[in-house]
Design a protein around this ligand. Structure first.
Ligand SMILES: Cc1cc2nc3c(=O)[nH]c(=O)nc-3n(C[C@H](O)[C@H](O)[C@H](O)COP(=O)(O)OP(=O)(O)OC[C@H]3O[C@@H](n4cnc5c(N)ncnc54)[C@H](O)[C@@H]3O)c2cc1C
Length: 434
Protein backbone atom coordinates (compact mmCIF):
# COMPACT_ATOMS: atom_id res chain seq x y z
CA UNK A 1 0.00 0.00 0.00
CA UNK A 2 1.22 3.46 -0.85
CA UNK A 3 1.32 5.98 1.99
CA UNK A 4 1.01 9.54 0.70
CA UNK A 5 -0.19 12.61 2.53
CA UNK A 6 -1.45 15.94 1.29
CA UNK A 7 0.87 18.95 1.61
CA UNK A 8 -1.67 21.17 3.29
CA UNK A 9 -1.13 20.70 7.01
CA UNK A 10 -1.07 24.06 8.82
CA UNK A 11 1.13 22.75 11.65
CA UNK A 12 3.75 21.41 9.20
CA UNK A 13 3.71 24.69 7.26
CA UNK A 14 4.81 26.43 10.46
CA UNK A 15 8.07 24.42 10.43
CA UNK A 16 11.20 25.09 8.43
CA UNK A 17 11.76 22.63 5.60
CA UNK A 18 14.31 19.91 6.28
CA UNK A 19 17.39 19.19 4.19
CA UNK A 20 19.43 15.99 3.77
CA UNK A 21 16.45 13.65 3.45
CA UNK A 22 17.91 10.19 2.85
CA UNK A 23 15.98 7.51 0.95
CA UNK A 24 16.91 3.80 0.93
CA UNK A 25 18.75 2.99 -2.29
CA UNK A 26 20.57 -0.32 -1.59
CA UNK A 27 20.26 -3.54 0.41
CA UNK A 28 21.18 -3.32 4.10
CA UNK A 29 21.50 -5.54 7.18
CA UNK A 30 20.85 -4.36 10.72
CA UNK A 31 20.18 -5.48 14.26
CA UNK A 32 17.05 -3.37 14.61
CA UNK A 33 14.53 -2.00 12.16
CA UNK A 34 11.72 0.34 13.18
CA UNK A 35 8.99 0.96 10.63
CA UNK A 36 7.10 4.24 11.04
CA UNK A 37 8.63 7.50 12.28
CA UNK A 38 5.77 9.14 14.17
CA UNK A 39 5.81 9.70 17.93
CA UNK A 40 5.87 5.91 18.48
CA UNK A 41 8.68 5.00 16.08
CA UNK A 42 10.79 8.06 16.93
CA UNK A 43 10.48 7.34 20.65
CA UNK A 44 11.27 3.67 20.12
CA UNK A 45 14.39 4.63 18.13
CA UNK A 46 15.53 7.11 20.78
CA UNK A 47 15.17 4.52 23.54
CA UNK A 48 16.70 1.64 21.56
CA UNK A 49 19.72 3.75 20.67
CA UNK A 50 20.30 4.52 24.33
CA UNK A 51 19.97 0.87 25.33
CA UNK A 52 22.17 -0.40 22.49
CA UNK A 53 24.75 2.27 21.69
CA UNK A 54 26.86 -0.12 19.61
CA UNK A 55 24.16 -1.68 17.50
CA UNK A 56 22.87 -0.63 14.12
CA UNK A 57 19.37 0.77 14.27
CA UNK A 58 17.46 1.73 11.14
CA UNK A 59 14.26 3.79 11.16
CA UNK A 60 12.19 4.05 7.97
CA UNK A 61 9.14 6.04 7.02
CA UNK A 62 7.07 6.06 3.87
CA UNK A 63 6.92 9.86 3.97
CA UNK A 64 8.93 12.52 5.79
CA UNK A 65 9.58 11.54 9.39
CA UNK A 66 7.04 12.87 11.86
CA UNK A 67 4.79 14.29 9.14
CA UNK A 68 2.00 11.70 9.34
CA UNK A 69 -0.69 11.87 12.02
CA UNK A 70 1.96 12.93 14.54
CA UNK A 71 2.15 16.40 12.96
CA UNK A 72 -1.45 16.48 11.77
CA UNK A 73 -3.32 16.12 15.03
CA UNK A 74 -5.16 18.66 17.13
CA UNK A 75 -2.47 18.90 19.81
CA UNK A 76 -4.39 17.79 22.92
CA UNK A 77 -2.13 15.95 25.31
CA UNK A 78 -4.91 14.39 27.33
CA UNK A 79 -5.19 13.34 30.96
CA UNK A 80 -8.75 12.10 30.49
CA UNK A 81 -11.02 11.36 27.55
CA UNK A 82 -14.76 11.12 27.33
CA UNK A 83 -15.16 9.56 23.91
CA UNK A 84 -12.22 7.41 23.06
CA UNK A 85 -14.38 4.64 21.69
CA UNK A 86 -17.85 4.74 20.28
CA UNK A 87 -19.42 4.46 23.72
CA UNK A 88 -18.75 6.40 26.86
CA UNK A 89 -16.70 4.77 29.59
CA UNK A 90 -18.93 3.08 32.10
CA UNK A 91 -16.72 1.10 34.34
CA UNK A 92 -14.58 2.89 36.85
CA UNK A 93 -11.84 0.26 37.03
CA UNK A 94 -11.38 0.26 33.26
CA UNK A 95 -11.40 4.04 33.21
CA UNK A 96 -8.72 4.21 35.88
CA UNK A 97 -6.44 1.86 33.94
CA UNK A 98 -6.86 4.07 30.90
CA UNK A 99 -6.21 7.33 32.70
CA UNK A 100 -3.15 5.85 34.44
CA UNK A 101 -1.71 5.24 30.97
CA UNK A 102 -2.62 8.79 29.83
CA UNK A 103 -0.85 10.20 32.85
CA UNK A 104 2.28 8.18 32.18
CA UNK A 105 2.05 9.55 28.63
CA UNK A 106 1.98 13.14 29.86
CA UNK A 107 4.91 12.45 32.14
CA UNK A 108 7.07 10.95 29.39
CA UNK A 109 6.42 13.84 26.97
CA UNK A 110 7.14 16.33 29.74
CA UNK A 111 10.42 14.57 30.51
CA UNK A 112 11.35 14.53 26.83
CA UNK A 113 10.75 18.24 26.29
CA UNK A 114 12.64 19.11 29.46
CA UNK A 115 15.63 16.94 28.58
CA UNK A 116 15.86 18.25 25.03
CA UNK A 117 14.77 21.86 25.72
CA UNK A 118 11.92 21.56 23.25
CA UNK A 119 9.66 24.48 22.44
CA UNK A 120 6.33 23.00 21.37
CA UNK A 121 4.01 25.76 22.64
CA UNK A 122 3.32 23.68 25.76
CA UNK A 123 0.37 25.15 27.65
CA UNK A 124 -1.01 23.51 30.79
CA UNK A 125 -4.33 25.29 30.32
CA UNK A 126 -6.60 22.27 30.78
CA UNK A 127 -9.34 21.42 28.29
CA UNK A 128 -13.10 21.59 27.91
CA UNK A 129 -15.71 19.04 26.92
CA UNK A 130 -18.67 21.07 25.69
CA UNK A 131 -22.00 20.68 23.94
CA UNK A 132 -24.71 22.93 22.58
CA UNK A 133 -27.32 20.35 23.61
CA UNK A 134 -28.70 20.78 27.11
CA UNK A 135 -29.73 17.08 27.06
CA UNK A 136 -26.03 16.16 27.07
CA UNK A 137 -25.82 17.37 30.66
CA UNK A 138 -26.49 13.86 31.93
CA UNK A 139 -23.43 12.58 30.06
CA UNK A 140 -21.30 15.30 31.67
CA UNK A 141 -22.82 14.70 35.12
CA UNK A 142 -21.93 11.04 34.83
CA UNK A 143 -18.44 11.91 33.61
CA UNK A 144 -18.03 14.38 36.48
CA UNK A 145 -18.92 11.56 38.89
CA UNK A 146 -16.21 9.32 37.47
CA UNK A 147 -13.65 12.13 37.60
CA UNK A 148 -14.55 12.93 41.21
CA UNK A 149 -14.16 9.30 42.25
CA UNK A 150 -10.73 9.20 40.63
CA UNK A 151 -9.64 12.55 42.06
CA UNK A 152 -9.40 14.56 38.81
CA UNK A 153 -9.64 18.30 39.29
CA UNK A 154 -12.56 19.47 37.13
CA UNK A 155 -15.63 21.73 37.05
CA UNK A 156 -19.02 21.72 35.34
CA UNK A 157 -19.71 24.98 33.48
CA UNK A 158 -22.83 26.71 32.20
CA UNK A 159 -23.35 28.75 29.04
CA UNK A 160 -22.29 32.02 30.60
CA UNK A 161 -19.05 30.68 32.02
CA UNK A 162 -18.23 28.95 28.74
CA UNK A 163 -18.89 32.00 26.64
CA UNK A 164 -16.55 34.12 28.81
CA UNK A 165 -13.75 31.56 28.50
CA UNK A 166 -14.21 30.63 24.83
CA UNK A 167 -15.61 33.73 23.15
CA UNK A 168 -18.56 31.83 21.67
CA UNK A 169 -22.15 31.54 22.83
CA UNK A 170 -22.57 28.27 20.97
CA UNK A 171 -22.12 25.93 23.92
CA UNK A 172 -24.76 25.48 26.60
CA UNK A 173 -23.00 23.07 28.93
CA UNK A 174 -19.43 22.03 29.53
CA UNK A 175 -16.91 20.36 31.78
CA UNK A 176 -13.39 21.67 32.33
CA UNK A 177 -10.56 19.31 33.28
CA UNK A 178 -7.47 20.96 34.69
CA UNK A 179 -4.93 18.32 33.67
CA UNK A 180 -5.05 18.64 29.85
CA UNK A 181 -2.16 20.24 27.96
CA UNK A 182 -2.21 21.92 24.56
CA UNK A 183 0.83 21.71 22.30
CA UNK A 184 1.95 22.36 18.72
CA UNK A 185 2.05 18.75 17.46
CA UNK A 186 4.32 19.49 14.51
CA UNK A 187 6.95 21.14 16.70
CA UNK A 188 6.96 18.14 19.04
CA UNK A 189 7.29 15.61 16.20
CA UNK A 190 10.03 17.67 14.52
CA UNK A 191 11.98 17.89 17.78
CA UNK A 192 11.91 14.10 18.03
CA UNK A 193 13.34 13.86 14.50
CA UNK A 194 16.01 16.45 15.25
CA UNK A 195 17.27 14.70 18.36
CA UNK A 196 17.54 11.17 16.96
CA UNK A 197 20.79 9.70 18.33
CA UNK A 198 23.74 9.15 16.00
CA UNK A 199 23.40 5.38 15.95
CA UNK A 200 19.96 5.65 14.34
CA UNK A 201 19.98 5.80 10.55
CA UNK A 202 16.83 7.38 9.17
CA UNK A 203 15.47 6.64 5.70
CA UNK A 204 12.48 8.69 4.57
CA UNK A 205 10.16 8.40 1.57
CA UNK A 206 10.93 4.70 1.97
CA UNK A 207 7.74 2.68 1.87
CA UNK A 208 7.73 -0.90 3.15
CA UNK A 209 5.54 -2.90 0.81
CA UNK A 210 6.33 -6.52 1.70
CA UNK A 211 7.88 -8.29 4.68
CA UNK A 212 8.31 -11.86 5.93
CA UNK A 213 10.28 -13.89 8.46
CA UNK A 214 13.06 -16.10 7.15
CA UNK A 215 15.00 -18.27 9.60
CA UNK A 216 16.16 -15.89 12.34
CA UNK A 217 15.66 -12.74 10.28
CA UNK A 218 12.90 -10.52 9.00
CA UNK A 219 13.23 -9.47 5.37
CA UNK A 220 11.66 -6.15 4.38
CA UNK A 221 11.15 -5.02 0.80
CA UNK A 222 11.18 -1.41 -0.35
CA UNK A 223 11.14 -0.08 -3.91
CA UNK A 224 14.89 0.53 -4.09
CA UNK A 225 16.28 -2.08 -1.77
CA UNK A 226 15.64 -4.53 1.03
CA UNK A 227 16.60 -4.60 4.70
CA UNK A 228 17.43 -7.78 6.55
CA UNK A 229 16.99 -7.31 10.28
CA UNK A 230 17.26 -9.38 13.45
CA UNK A 231 14.46 -7.57 15.27
CA UNK A 232 11.69 -5.31 14.08
CA UNK A 233 9.30 -2.84 15.69
CA UNK A 234 6.22 -1.85 13.73
CA UNK A 235 5.05 1.65 14.63
CA UNK A 236 2.81 2.41 11.66
CA UNK A 237 -0.40 3.04 13.64
CA UNK A 238 -3.17 3.70 11.04
CA UNK A 239 -1.26 1.52 8.59
CA UNK A 240 -0.79 -1.55 10.78
CA UNK A 241 -3.61 -3.38 9.07
CA UNK A 242 -2.26 -2.64 5.58
CA UNK A 243 0.98 -4.37 6.61
CA UNK A 244 -0.95 -7.45 7.77
CA UNK A 245 -0.51 -6.67 11.48
CA UNK A 246 -3.19 -7.47 14.07
CA UNK A 247 -5.70 -7.38 11.22
CA UNK A 248 -8.55 -8.70 13.33
CA UNK A 249 -8.07 -6.04 15.97
CA UNK A 250 -7.56 -2.65 14.34
CA UNK A 251 -8.94 -0.53 11.54
CA UNK A 252 -7.92 2.85 10.09
CA UNK A 253 -10.02 6.00 10.29
CA UNK A 254 -9.28 9.16 8.28
CA UNK A 255 -9.75 12.49 10.04
CA UNK A 256 -9.76 15.93 8.41
CA UNK A 257 -8.96 19.26 10.06
CA UNK A 258 -8.74 22.92 9.06
CA UNK A 259 -6.94 25.90 10.55
CA UNK A 260 -7.65 29.60 10.00
CA UNK A 261 -5.14 32.39 9.61
CA UNK A 262 -4.46 34.31 12.86
CA UNK A 263 -7.42 36.54 13.73
CA UNK A 264 -6.81 40.26 13.34
CA UNK A 265 -6.95 42.51 16.42
CA UNK A 266 -10.44 43.54 15.39
CA UNK A 267 -11.68 39.99 14.92
CA UNK A 268 -10.10 38.93 18.17
CA UNK A 269 -11.77 41.79 20.03
CA UNK A 270 -15.12 40.80 18.48
CA UNK A 271 -14.91 37.43 20.22
CA UNK A 272 -13.78 38.83 23.58
CA UNK A 273 -10.01 38.16 23.34
CA UNK A 274 -10.03 34.71 24.97
CA UNK A 275 -6.86 33.01 26.14
CA UNK A 276 -5.74 29.84 24.32
CA UNK A 277 -8.30 27.03 24.75
CA UNK A 278 -9.27 23.59 23.46
CA UNK A 279 -12.75 22.04 23.33
CA UNK A 280 -13.46 18.37 22.79
CA UNK A 281 -16.97 17.20 21.89
CA UNK A 282 -19.31 15.46 24.32
CA UNK A 283 -20.56 13.14 21.55
CA UNK A 284 -17.87 11.11 19.76
CA UNK A 285 -18.47 12.60 16.32
CA UNK A 286 -18.87 16.23 17.38
CA UNK A 287 -16.23 18.85 16.54
CA UNK A 288 -12.86 19.27 18.18
CA UNK A 289 -12.13 22.98 18.14
CA UNK A 290 -9.16 24.98 19.38
CA UNK A 291 -8.01 28.56 19.71
CA UNK A 292 -4.24 28.59 19.40
CA UNK A 293 -1.96 30.94 21.26
CA UNK A 294 -1.42 32.91 18.04
CA UNK A 295 -5.21 33.31 17.58
CA UNK A 296 -5.81 30.68 14.92
CA UNK A 297 -8.92 28.52 15.09
CA UNK A 298 -8.51 24.81 14.40
CA UNK A 299 -11.50 22.58 13.73
CA UNK A 300 -11.89 18.84 13.10
CA UNK A 301 -15.38 17.51 12.57
CA UNK A 302 -15.11 14.52 10.23
CA UNK A 303 -14.01 10.92 10.81
CA UNK A 304 -14.37 8.41 8.00
CA UNK A 305 -13.67 4.84 7.05
CA UNK A 306 -11.93 5.26 3.70
CA UNK A 307 -10.19 3.17 1.14
CA UNK A 308 -7.81 4.40 -0.20
CA UNK A 309 -6.88 6.46 2.84
CA UNK A 310 -5.40 9.23 0.73
CA UNK A 311 -7.72 12.10 0.02
CA UNK A 312 -7.68 13.94 -3.28
CA UNK A 313 -7.65 17.72 -3.06
CA UNK A 314 -11.29 17.66 -4.22
CA UNK A 315 -12.20 15.39 -1.25
CA UNK A 316 -10.43 17.76 1.12
CA UNK A 317 -12.27 20.73 -0.43
CA UNK A 318 -15.60 19.07 0.50
CA UNK A 319 -14.51 18.61 4.13
CA UNK A 320 -13.37 22.24 4.20
CA UNK A 321 -17.01 23.26 3.72
CA UNK A 322 -18.01 21.31 6.86
CA UNK A 323 -15.25 23.11 8.73
CA UNK A 324 -16.40 26.53 7.47
CA UNK A 325 -19.94 25.80 8.68
CA UNK A 326 -18.60 24.58 12.05
CA UNK A 327 -16.64 27.81 12.59
CA UNK A 328 -19.50 30.02 11.41
CA UNK A 329 -21.91 28.34 13.85
CA UNK A 330 -19.60 29.15 16.73
CA UNK A 331 -18.35 32.55 15.60
CA UNK A 332 -21.08 34.17 13.47
CA UNK A 333 -19.39 37.55 14.00
CA UNK A 334 -16.30 36.43 12.01
CA UNK A 335 -15.98 36.47 8.21
CA UNK A 336 -16.40 33.48 5.86
CA UNK A 337 -12.94 33.04 4.41
CA UNK A 338 -10.70 32.57 7.39
CA UNK A 339 -9.49 29.04 6.70
CA UNK A 340 -5.95 28.83 5.42
CA UNK A 341 -5.19 25.11 5.44
CA UNK A 342 -7.12 21.83 5.39
CA UNK A 343 -5.52 18.41 5.73
CA UNK A 344 -6.24 14.81 6.58
CA UNK A 345 -4.51 12.19 8.69
CA UNK A 346 -4.99 8.51 9.42
CA UNK A 347 -5.43 7.04 12.89
CA UNK A 348 -6.02 3.53 14.08
CA UNK A 349 -8.88 2.26 16.22
CA UNK A 350 -9.75 -0.91 18.02
CA UNK A 351 -13.22 -2.17 18.88
CA UNK A 352 -12.99 -1.40 22.60
CA UNK A 353 -10.58 1.52 22.14
CA UNK A 354 -7.76 -0.34 23.86
CA UNK A 355 -4.22 0.03 22.55
CA UNK A 356 -1.92 -2.52 20.90
CA UNK A 357 1.41 -3.21 22.65
CA UNK A 358 2.72 -6.63 21.84
CA UNK A 359 5.42 -9.07 20.91
CA UNK A 360 3.56 -10.76 18.09
CA UNK A 361 6.13 -13.45 17.37
CA UNK A 362 9.82 -14.08 17.79
CA UNK A 363 11.64 -10.74 17.34
CA UNK A 364 8.56 -8.90 16.01
CA UNK A 365 7.00 -6.13 18.10
CA UNK A 366 4.14 -3.77 17.49
CA UNK A 367 2.73 -0.69 19.26
CA UNK A 368 -0.14 1.51 18.16
CA UNK A 369 -3.88 2.31 18.20
CA UNK A 370 -4.22 5.22 20.56
CA UNK A 371 -7.48 6.67 19.29
CA UNK A 372 -7.43 10.32 20.38
CA UNK A 373 -4.50 10.09 22.77
CA UNK A 374 -1.47 9.26 20.65
CA UNK A 375 0.68 12.25 21.59
CA UNK A 376 1.33 11.01 25.12
CA UNK A 377 0.51 7.32 24.76
CA UNK A 378 2.42 6.98 21.46
CA UNK A 379 5.53 8.51 23.03
CA UNK A 380 5.14 6.23 26.06
CA UNK A 381 4.45 3.08 24.03
CA UNK A 382 7.37 3.80 21.69
CA UNK A 383 9.84 3.96 24.57
CA UNK A 384 8.35 0.99 26.37
CA UNK A 385 8.08 -1.30 23.33
CA UNK A 386 11.82 -0.68 22.81
CA UNK A 387 12.48 -1.76 26.40
CA UNK A 388 10.28 -4.81 25.97
CA UNK A 389 12.08 -5.76 22.75
CA UNK A 390 15.35 -5.65 24.72
CA UNK A 391 13.85 -8.01 27.32
CA UNK A 392 13.90 -5.25 29.94
CA UNK A 393 11.13 -4.75 32.46
CA UNK A 394 9.62 -1.55 33.86
CA UNK A 395 6.74 -0.37 36.01
CA UNK A 396 5.34 1.32 32.88
CA UNK A 397 5.29 -2.01 31.00
CA UNK A 398 3.42 -3.58 33.92
CA UNK A 399 0.82 -0.83 33.83
CA UNK A 400 0.50 -0.98 30.05
CA UNK A 401 0.17 -4.76 30.08
CA UNK A 402 -2.45 -4.55 32.83
CA UNK A 403 -4.82 -2.68 30.47
CA UNK A 404 -7.83 -4.36 28.92
CA UNK A 405 -6.68 -5.99 25.72
CA UNK A 406 -8.20 -5.05 22.34
CA UNK A 407 -11.18 -7.23 21.47
CA UNK A 408 -11.57 -9.07 18.18
CA UNK A 409 -13.41 -7.32 15.34
CA UNK A 410 -16.29 -8.89 13.43
CA UNK A 411 -15.30 -10.38 10.05
CA UNK A 412 -15.69 -8.54 6.75
CA UNK A 413 -18.11 -7.42 5.28
CA UNK A 414 -19.89 -7.00 8.66
CA UNK A 415 -16.95 -5.00 9.99
CA UNK A 416 -17.02 -2.25 7.32
CA UNK A 417 -20.78 -2.12 7.39
CA UNK A 418 -20.86 -2.01 11.19
CA UNK A 419 -18.29 0.81 11.37
CA UNK A 420 -20.04 2.83 8.65
CA UNK A 421 -23.44 2.49 10.35
CA UNK A 422 -21.93 3.40 13.70
CA UNK A 423 -20.18 6.47 12.26
CA UNK A 424 -23.41 7.63 10.57
CA UNK A 425 -25.38 7.04 13.78
CA UNK A 426 -22.85 8.93 15.91
CA UNK A 427 -22.69 11.73 13.35
CA UNK A 428 -26.48 12.10 13.48
CA UNK A 429 -26.40 12.19 17.27
CA UNK A 430 -23.75 14.91 17.17
CA UNK A 431 -25.21 16.77 14.17
CA UNK A 432 -25.84 20.01 16.06
CA UNK A 433 -22.25 20.05 17.31
CA UNK A 434 -20.38 19.40 14.08
C1 LIG B 1 -6.72 15.14 12.59
C2 LIG B 1 -6.18 14.38 13.77
C3 LIG B 1 -6.39 14.84 15.06
C4 LIG B 1 -5.86 14.16 16.17
N1 LIG B 1 -5.93 14.74 17.41
C5 LIG B 1 -5.23 14.21 18.44
C6 LIG B 1 -5.09 14.91 19.67
O1 LIG B 1 -5.56 16.05 19.82
N2 LIG B 1 -4.39 14.32 20.67
C7 LIG B 1 -3.79 13.10 20.52
O2 LIG B 1 -3.16 12.62 21.48
N3 LIG B 1 -3.89 12.42 19.36
C8 LIG B 1 -4.57 12.95 18.31
N4 LIG B 1 -4.61 12.30 17.11
C9 LIG B 1 -3.98 10.97 17.00
C10 LIG B 1 -2.46 11.04 16.97
O3 LIG B 1 -2.02 11.92 15.96
C11 LIG B 1 -1.91 9.64 16.72
O4 LIG B 1 -2.42 8.75 17.70
C12 LIG B 1 -0.39 9.62 16.78
O5 LIG B 1 0.15 10.48 15.81
C13 LIG B 1 0.11 8.20 16.58
O6 LIG B 1 1.51 8.26 16.45
P1 LIG B 1 2.23 7.07 15.73
O7 LIG B 1 3.67 7.37 15.70
O8 LIG B 1 1.84 5.77 16.34
O9 LIG B 1 1.62 7.06 14.26
P2 LIG B 1 1.84 8.07 13.04
O10 LIG B 1 2.12 9.43 13.45
O11 LIG B 1 0.69 7.82 12.12
O12 LIG B 1 3.16 7.49 12.38
C14 LIG B 1 3.15 6.29 11.66
C15 LIG B 1 4.13 6.45 10.53
O13 LIG B 1 4.23 5.20 9.85
C16 LIG B 1 4.50 5.47 8.50
N5 LIG B 1 4.16 4.31 7.69
C17 LIG B 1 2.93 3.79 7.51
N6 LIG B 1 3.00 2.73 6.67
C18 LIG B 1 4.30 2.60 6.33
C19 LIG B 1 4.99 1.71 5.46
N7 LIG B 1 4.37 0.74 4.80
N8 LIG B 1 6.34 1.87 5.32
C20 LIG B 1 7.00 2.86 5.99
N9 LIG B 1 6.37 3.72 6.82
C21 LIG B 1 5.05 3.60 6.98
C22 LIG B 1 3.63 6.69 8.21
O14 LIG B 1 4.12 7.40 7.07
C23 LIG B 1 3.70 7.47 9.50
O15 LIG B 1 4.64 8.53 9.45
C24 LIG B 1 -5.16 12.93 15.98
C25 LIG B 1 -4.96 12.46 14.68
C26 LIG B 1 -5.44 13.16 13.58
C27 LIG B 1 -5.19 12.63 12.20
Amino acid sequence: MEVVNDNNCGWIKDLSSRKNIKTLSSDLDCEWLIVGAGYTGLSAARKLAKLNPNQKIILVDAQKAGEGASSRNSGYLVDTTLNDGFTSNKELEKYKKKSDIYNLGIRVVKKFIKEHQVDCDWNECGKYFASSKVEDKKILDNFSNILSKLGFNHALLDKNQLSKKLGTEFYNIGLFTKGGILIHPGKLARSMVNCLPNNVELFENTNLFKWFSFKDYIICHFINGKIKTKKIIFATNGFLKSLGLKVNYNFPITLTASMTRPLTDEEFKAIGQPKEWGVLPVRPMGATIRMTKDRRILIRNTAELRNPFKMLNSDIEKRLNFHKIGIKKRFPQLGDDLIKSTWSGVVSRTRNSSQIFEKISKNIFVAGCYNGSGIGVGTLFGEQIALKACNESSREIEIIEGRNLPTILPPKPFLDLGIKIRLIYERLKASSDL
